[in-house]
Each structure stands twice: as C-alpha cells, then as structure tokens.
Design a protein around this ligand. Structure first.
Ligand code: HEM
Length: 406
C-alpha cells in the first residue's frame, strides 16, 4: 500500500506506483510544502517539486545531466552498464554535442512545413469526427487522440499511411508498464524498435522526397571537432525514433486530458463552446494543469547544495515539472483549473536547452483538434467507469477515455 497522503506519515512518492500515479497531486503538494528536496530510499533518488527549483535545475545542465537518460530506470541501467544510449537521441545528450545535433533537427521544422500542417490536421479531424456526429458518444483517445498525432508526425517524417498504425502501436507497447515497480530495461529490444524505420530509411536514401527523413539523410553539419559531416544512418534512425515516440505519445495524452478536464468543468466547457477563440488559452491551461510528461530525471554531475542538504555527485534526481506547474508559490490556486489564468510560462514542455522541439507542433495539433471537437460536440460527459489510465513511466494520461454525448 502506498503511503500517499496521510498527514501522520512522511510523504512518500514513487513514480512506479499505479495508485500514486492515478492522482499524484496530493503527495506532490506535501513534498513542495514539507520536503522540497525529497529523498526516496526504496529507489535511491532525490526529487525537486517547487517551480523555482525545477526551473533552475532544468536550465543547469552542467550539474543535472541528461546524458545517462531522462528516466530513472534508464539512468540506473546506464550506470550498471546494462544499457547503452542509442546514437542520435538529442534528448539524452548534453551540450556541446546536444546543441550541434539539436540545430540539425530544428532545421527540418521549416515554416513552410508548419504552415502546411494546419489544413491537413483539420482534414484528419473531419475524417475521424464527422462519422461520429449523431452518435451517443466517442473515445477521446481511440477515436481521435491517437490518430491525429500519428498521422501528423507520420506525414512529417514521410512514413506511409499504411505503416503508421503498426509503428505507433509498437512505440506504445514499448512504453507501456505491464506491472508496478521499476521497469527492467535489460529485456528492452532496441534493435527491433530501430528496425521499424531502418529499412524505410535505406529506401528513402535511394528515393529522396520532400520529407524530414530525406532532410536528415542529406543534412551536413560542423561537428564539435570542427569537421563537416553527414549524419550516420544510425543517427538518422535515432532522430526518427525520437520524433516518432515524442510526437505520438505526449500529444495523444494532452488530447485525452482535454476530454476529461473540460467535462469535469462544465462551466468552462460551455464558455469554450460559446467562444472558440478561447481554445489557445484552454490548451495552455490544460498543459499546466495536467502535464503529459510530468517527470524528467537527471544524473547529478557534482555535489550540489539544495535546501540545506548536499546531493552527492552520481545521484539521480527527478525534476517534477508536473508538480512545479501547480506550485502555489508561482500560480495562485495552482490546483484549480481556470482557462482565464494568465500564464507567463509553465514547465510542461521542459525548459532550457532541452525545451521541447515539438512544442509549436503539439500546440497546433491540440488547438485544432479541440476546436474541431467543440465545433461538432459543444458538450460531453466523461464516462470514467470505462476510462483506462495509460501505465508508463514517461507520459501520464489516458489509454481510453470514452465520453457520452447528450
Ligand atoms: C503535448 C505534447 C508534448 C509534450 C508535453 C512534450 C514534452 C516535452 C518535454 C518535457 C521535453 C523536455 C525533456 C527533458 O527536459 O528532458 C521535450 C523534449 C522534446 N520533445 Fe516534446 N513534448 C510534446 C510534443 C512533442 C512533439 C509533437 C514532438 C515532435 C514532433 C516533440 C519532440 C521533442 C524533442 C525532439 C525533444 C528533445 C529536445 C532536446 O533534447 O533538445 N515533442 N518534450
């Protein structure tokens, strides 16, 4: 039994406990108030939960490194030598290599490509949502939340439509936790994951097109040693895998949260239906309120003083951006959802050198999807008895989120 929220006991946070994950906010609040530097003895990690602490640590990559992975289980597996970070994973690199590689990847998000996305996302929405008009309900995840990000990132990468579903299901399966407790990465099949795209990349090398994979294959860059290079096939594969995973999972969860949170706030749901101009700020508040990727792990490079304690070099630390976003020291009534909130910035897309490269794309997709849903279905009620939470240590959200239409 988790010891989540009993004021008599010490607060306990465990990222691999399904019951805590169902609603981590009470324990995160206790950590912010009682133990702003938290230490979990079971798994041997530290955690920061206040906005200012998390923001500072995300920026300070010299102390808080991503190079051993950004999941606790990944850092452990790299530490004990059972897992090697694959090439091309910019999210698992520190500067200066990170900056060189990020620049290549950011070049392929061209303004022209971004402009072309919106009408296509609207078409995907129409294809998925129009058949549901007049029905008694639909599922925010399986009927729309999965498809739109998958088709968008698939189109970006140049993955044929016929193969998108299989690839997405494979990624989803790879992230899914079958049981509680820290996942064992020794059985994780990197080769089979990579193989998904390997043949396709070879084919693209022979048959260039106007897509991101072609751009990556043709990209030249000056490395940290001053030499002009092309990306290796392994690096291209790493980039493509990262984009496919990052582009699919998180955006799907955000769309799911829109379904749940708005249903639970019918006044704000009605306001949005009456004035769809509110959709941008609704998405921003949803991102703050329910961070789809709420925990970023780091490896501590040198002894660091935090809240009067020394965190020794070699420790793992969790930067809980999902908690920071609700910190009352930063956001008044942080635990309440308010689409009229004035948000300077939240930490749902991270901060600093690893700030999400897909943030613009994710916001665009979520905005269009929510707009197209509200246009057709101004009111819905979540059917929580039949909803299923996704179990992963990376993203937090719903696997199934059925809603009923009046
Ligand atoms: C709601 C949707 C999304 C959320 C909440 C999200 C969240 C995040 C977060 C928190 C980070 C920083 C990780 C860290 O500091 O260790 C990140 C990085 C990243 N995201 Fe996203 N993301 C979303 C959508 C996307 C999309 C659609 C793409 C791609 C098309 C994408 C690509 C990336 C990449 C490449 C990085 C690594 C950047 C770097 O290391 O420099 N993300 N994302």
């Amino acid at each position: 039994m988790p010891q989540t929220d009993d004021a008599q006991t010490e607060p306990y946070y465990d990222p691999y406990d399904f019951e805590i994950d169902a609603d981590p906010y009470p324990v995160w609040k206790r950590l912010r108030d009682e133990q702003p530097l938290y230490r979990n003895e079971k798994y041997g990690f530290y955690a920061l939960t206040r906005f200012d602490d998390v923001e500072k640590a995300l920026v300070d990559w010299r102390t808080f490194s991503s190079a051993r992975g950004t999941l606790l289980e990944l850092i452990n597996a790299v530490n004990d030598g059972s897992f090697e970070i694959p090439a091309g994973s910019i999210i698992f690199e520190d500067p200066p290599a990170h900056d060189v590689h990020r620049k290549i990847l950011s070049r392929v998000f061209t303004p022209k490509r971004m402009r072309e996305i919106e009408p296509k996302v609207r078409d995907f929405c129409a294809a998925n949502l129009d058949p549901l008009v007049g029905s008694g309900g639909f599922d925010f995840i399986t009927d729309i939340g999965v498809d739109v990000p998958m088709r968008t990132i698939g189109m970006f990468l140049g993955i044929p439509e016929s193969e998108q579903r299989a690839i997405r299901d494979h990624i989803d399966d790879g992230l899914s936790m079958k049981t509680e407790g820290m996942p064992d990465l020794s059985s994780y099949d990197v080769a089979s994951q990579a193989q998904l795209f390997a043949d396709y990349i070879e084919w693209r090398a022979e048959n260039p097109s106007d897509d991101l994979m072609t751009d990556l294959l043709q990209a030249t860059y000056v490395d940290t040693d001053g030499v002009e290079k092309n990306l290796t096939r392994e690096e291209v594969l790493g980039y493509v895998n990262l984009l496919a995973a990052a582009g699919n999972e998180t955006t799907t969860r955000l769309i799911g949260w829109a379904g749940k949170v708005l249903s639970e706030h019918p006044d704000q749901q009605a306001e949005l239906a009456a004035d769809r101009e509110l959709v941008n700020q609704t998405i921003e508040e949803l991102l703050r309120f329910e961070a789809p990727s709420p925990v970023q792990a780091r490896y501590v490079m040198n002894d660091v003083e935090l809240h009067g304690e020394t965190v020794p070099a070699g420790s793992s630390i969790l930067l809980i951006n999902g908690s920071a976003n609700r910190d009352e020291r930063r956001f008044e009534n942080g635990d309440s959802f308010n689409i009229h909130r004035d948000i300077d910035h939240h930490l749902s897309f991270g901060y600093g050198v690893h700030f999400c490269l897909g943030a613009h794309l994710a916001r665009l997709e979520a905005r269009v999807v929510l707009d197209e849903i509200v246009k057709r279905f101004p009111k819905w009620e979540v059917d929580l008895d039949n909803a299923v939470q996704a179990r992963t240590s990376t993203v937090r959200g719903w696997e199934k989120l059925p809603v009923l239409l009046p």
